[in-house]
Write a new protein. Structure first.
Lengths: 265, 371
């Protein structure tokens, strides 16, 4: 130990040799090749990555970083979303007022801003990620399935954004959601204003009415109201994140299992 | 100045702009060898060089700078929720240029007998720590900085409290769904809002199984997969991105079309001269009343749709898509052409609407069944 150079006896080195640091990090400060490989294997988060990669794969020119950024922005959204949940009650009575309070009463508060702009940003980064994957032909075998998982993640991202759009309960929110959810009423067979809905009838009794169709199931009423707000809130905060996480796990896992990042053969 | 604005307003009308885009598109992203030869003769590929990029972006910046001097344009563009779309326009232009530039560079290398740029160092292995982890770390910090600056500069919008009795005009869906909302002009909700989204999802998932070209995996290239890139770019740039831009910036009250420098006048009158195919056949051509019988009335429409989806794939397999059919086999070919025809029906209906004022091919409002 006495042979260590001055640089290796710095504060960080001493800290990394304590029992606590060793218990937590195991590898120590990654300086030599072996340690740099070990740190990737010993850390659960870094273990998402392989230990080594082909050089072309780390070039920003090739990957644009968009997949990684999408995941990062998702984490930002999760954290800011949890913070916002402390101040927000999803009822017609309180929702708008709570947002108003966030806006008026919190000095220098930007949590809502970060959450909203991150949501927009995530839609953009996910689209650009898809575009990059297409342009490099990375959906080709053996990655066909992961491309499909990616499509599901893209749709879920937009649904997350869509459900969140209603929560401020202002004019922008309810009318945007009204326009969006009216589509559900036009679903063939199971929407009141969709083709074929009048065929689902027994004698004169229609099964598909405005209070029993697809739109009703989606917003829990004939128009956007209390039930829709609660539904969208639960979907936005718990339901869709739960599903999106499952698909993200599959997506990341399959990147590794399908041979890592694509590259020329 | 005013004359220029008038001119841009006039040109951006869909009757003019959309056919223009259609005419130019396949020369820029040429799906076949013949079109690619024209592309080269016209020098369009020079867009995908450094100089082309600079020109492209100068134009884009100047257009925005010029636009922002106009009150109506500035009002729409600087709406908080529209700012991301302005960013998206620049990002899309950049990344399309960026990927196509790398693609053409690689094509030149391959044509010269070399290998793509990516192959140069793909055999060389590097350690993820530190080489990738640090890049990610920097990207993450830049992204955080961007979000914080963005959030400080621009407040999240909050309008008046929700009021179910006062509907704003226009009522717009969130911006990423405006492509779908724009489709509502040409198709009924059950198609634009339910069928098309489903088909888009299925179609995208089907891409790896329909694109059987083994070349072009893991590097940017255009020549090795012209057809695939051309088709994808058409959906991505024209049918998705362009429609979103139109829906966001150029659709005003009553979903009327407004030029970028036109004030959103709520009283703007659009002459509704659209007619259905059945009306065109019976009332205009045959000069008689519409038949009472629905099937008789819509016979022509059914025939058109049947020919389009039933006969067209067979005809194409024998003619234009001979090679595609040989490569895909009957099952994949059937799925490919049905998806293709379904999606092409959108630009077809757009053209029919804008240039010929035709609303529905089949119109059975009695059963909410209009195509």
């Amino acid at each position: 130990m006495g042979e260590n150079s001055a640089g290796k006896n710095g504060f960080l080195d001493k800290l990394s040799r304590t029992q606590v640091a060793k218990a937590i990090f195991r590898t120590g400060i990654p300086r030599d090749r072996r340690q740099r490989m070990m740190i990737m294997l010993n850390n659960v988060f870094l273990h998402l990555h392989p230990v080594r990669l082909p050089k072309h794969a780390v070039r920003v020119k090739y990957t644009w970083c968009m997949g990684g950024l999408s995941f990062f922005v998702f984490l930002v959204l999760t954290v800011t979303g949890i913070l916002l949940m402390f101040y927000y009650r999803p009822t017609v009575e309180y929702a708008y007022g709570d947002i108003m309070d966030l806006k008026e009463q919190v000095p220098l508060g930007i949590m809502r801003e970060i959450h909203r702009w991150s949501a927009h940003l995530m839609v953009i980064t996910v689209w650009l990620h898809m575009f990059r994957v297409f342009m490099t032909g990375s959906y080709k075998p053996p990655r066909e399935f992961n491309w499909a998982v990616g499509v599901v993640l893209l749709v879920l991202t937009m649904l997350m954004s869509f459900t969140g759009y209603l929560l401020p309960w202002d004019q922008l929110a309810i009318w945007a959601i009204t326009v969006g959810s009216n589509m559900a009423g036009a679903t063939p067979m199971v929407g009141t204003s969709g083709p074929g809905s009048s065929l689902l009838a027994l004698g004169d009794v229609n099964f598909i009415t405005s209070s029993s169709d697809a739109r009703f199931a989606m917003i829990g009423g004939r128009f956007i109201g209390e039930a829709a707000l609660l539904r969208f809130y639960v979907l936005h905060c718990i339901g869709l994140p739960f599903i999106i996480m499952i698909f993200m796990i599959i997506h990341f896992w399959r990147i590794r299992k399908d041979g890592g990042i694509s590259g020329p053969t | 100045m005013e004359a220029v604005k008038e001119f841009i307003n006039a040109v951006s009308r869909p009757q003019i702009m959309f056919p223009m885009i259609l005419a130019v598109f396949f020369f820029v992203f040429s799906p076949t060898d013949r079109l690619l030869a024209i592309n080269k003769r016209l020098g369009l590929y020079k867009l995908w060089t450094k100089r082309g990029g600079i020109v492209l972006f100068l134009c884009l910046f100047l257009a925005f700078a010029f636009g922002l001097m106009d009150m109506n344009f500035a009002k729409i563009v600087t709406k908080p929720d529209n700012v991301p779309i302005v960013g998206l326009i620049f990002l899309i232009f950049f990344f399309v240029w960026f990927s196509m530039k790398q693609a053409w560079e690689n094509d030149a290398r391959i044509a010269a007998g070399g290998r793509p740029r990516e192959a140069e160092d793909s055999k060389e292995k590097i350690l993820v720590w530190p080489d990738l982890v640090y890049i990610e770390f920097i990207a993450l910090i830049l992204c955080t900085v961007l979000l914080i600056v963005w959030s400080i500069l621009l407040k999240a919008p909050l309008e008046e409290a929700a009021n179910p009795t006062v509907s704003p005009n226009p009522s717009k869906a969130p911006w990423y769904f405006l492509g779908l909302q724009e489709m509502l002009v040409y198709f009924d909700p059950w198609i634009a809002g339910v069928l098309f989204p489903t088909v888009i999802m299925i179609g995208m998932m089907a891409i790896p199984y329909l694109d059987t070209n083994k070349k072009g995996c893991g590097y940017y290239t255009f020549k090795d997969r012209k057809m695939a890139i051309s088709i994808f770019m058409f959906y991505w740039l024209v049918l998705w991105f362009f429609l979103i831009t139109v829906g966001t910036f150029l659709r005003g009250p009553n979903w009327n079309f407004f030029g970028p420098f036109e004030a959103w006048d709520i009283h703007k009158l659009e002459v509704l001269t659209n007619i259905n195919l059945s009306e065109l056949v019976y009332m205009v051509w045959l000069k008689q009343r519409l038949p009472e019988n629905i099937l008789l009335r819509e016979m022509g429409g059914f025939a058109v749709v049947f020919l389009y989806f039933g006969a067209m794939p067979l005809v194409l397999a024998k003619t234009l898509f001979k090679k595609v059919y040989a490569a895909l086999g009957p099952f994949r070919y059937a799925i490919f052409t049905i998806l293709l025809l379904m999606s092409i029906s959108l630009p077809i209906k757009m053209i029919l609407r804008w240039l010929f004022n035709i609303k529905y091919i089949i119109a059975i409002p009695e059963f909410f069944f209009n195509i």
